[in-house]
Design a protein around this ligand. Sequence first.
Ligand code: NAD
Length: 251
Amino acid sequence: MKYLFEDLKDAVVIVTGSGRGIGKAIAELFAEYGSKVVITDIDEATAKATAEEIAGKGGQTLSYTCDVAKMESVESMVNDVVAKWGKIDVLVNNAGITMDGMFLRMKSDQWQRVIDINLTGTYNCTFAVVQHMRKTKKGAIVNISSIAAHGNPGQANYSASKAGVIGFTKALGKELAPFGIRVNAVAPGFVQTAMTDKIPEKLREQMLAAIPMRRPGQPIDIARVVLFLASELSSYITAAVIDVNGGIAGL
Ligand SMILES: NC(=O)c1ccc[n+]([C@@H]2O[C@H](COP(=O)([O-])OP(=O)(O)OC[C@H]3O[C@@H](n4cnc5c(N)ncnc54)[C@H](O)[C@@H]3O)[C@@H](O)[C@H]2O)c1
């Protein structure tokens, strides 16, 4: 490979939850390297706006309103992408939410919604996409987990969902390796987005103070690692999880 990420040129890449935040940065970076990027988000307005922004800079995009928690919504998006662009090379399972609360007061819908989007959503998108990747015997799937997989008080639902994503990644990486499909995960620490903006200020300050690199992560810090895991540069890496957290001890 002569140029960095050369193999990603014209690759068809689906990024879930890419209307804003980390997903948007991932989609923008793929587009910079010439990938055909599918912007999907439950929020129609941000999905459209991001796709238009990327197209305005000369990028090739499609945009969909898609709820990853609903298999029908995912299948219809995936089938339409294949009808239009013929294949899927990369899937980034980025869509995710938090609904924090101490466990003793956690309602069952607070538990279920987070599991449905973060974990079942990852299953839904992967299942739909793998049906196509197995035909070409080629593909890369990158799942966005979290440092919270190691257990954060007040995030039993979120931590369980993100630990689930790691187990899923490791099992599937091994299972799909003979089919030429690599499956890896990125586990970000604290990244400055709308998700972390809603953390109460005092707690946010404590979290920031615990980062050895003394700065929050930015969406681009995560996007660069996702591109690495999607490209041939990581051709012998599968079933792996990469921590991207400014030095907070991983487990
Ligand atoms: N920000 C952080 O510090 C941090 C740390 C670790 C992991 N993560 C993970 O990174 C991913 C992106 O987080 P972010 O910080 O950019 O958050 P964000 O809230 O800024 O963006 C999440 C995006 O996902 C979309 N989304 C929510 N539910 C959806 C659904 N059902 N179907 C499709 N799209 C949906 C939202 O509309 C939004 O555009 C998430 O999986 C999150 O758990 C974030």
